[in-house]
Design a protein around this ligand. Sequence first.
Ligand code: ZN
Length: 238
Amino acid sequence: MRVLAIAAHPDDIEWLCGGTLALCAQRGDEIFIAIATNGNVGSGEPGANKDEIARIRHEEAKTSAAVIGAKVIWMDFDDEFLFDDRPTRERFIDAIREARPDIMFVLSENDYHPDHRLAGSIARDCRIPVSVPLVQTKLPETPIPTTFIMDTIMGKGFEPEFYVDVTSVMEIKDKMLSMHVSQVAWMEHLYSVEFSDNMYIQARFRGAQAGFKYSEGFKLLHDWPSTGGYELLPTGKK
Ligand SMILES: [Zn+2]
């Protein structure tokens, strides 16, 4: 199968579905990680240069993706300024058309950050247009993907319907997250959050809900026209 996860920022995917992507890679799927913004304000260093920050974050994203052999699709919008307009939708449509996914993971429209909410809603709203030949972008049409909504950061306001057992790949998930070296100090500074520790807390909590040691939670996008279901995900339970 072909699998696409769409992030707002470099590092979202590792936290919210890195384990599931690692399991998909282990079963032989082809993995794509599309990242909407370039993370170019993700530093508190005095005199930091936004182009240089974006370059570093692109490298970190590629290094993380390489851990599971995934390809990064870099959309390169400015961090904190994602908007739902025609050029953005066309770029999202091409990201999906490039990956030609059977299954697609999108951010929750309930998540804490406006870039997350918009990346989630734009990806969701591009689900059908990607399949329409007369929606003409750079790439040709692709079938409507089965779409799953990722958990929110720290699970706020999100009730999973399906729990993937990521216990066997937690080290891989943590390794991917740890490749975002520039973000460890920044997360501490901005949110007083220890990156890896918080990711483990969420995976442990979702795991405890499902009877696994560690888990990632998802909801199927119950939209029309109906496509596949939870049988497309790696090992888990409802
Ligand atoms: Zn983010």
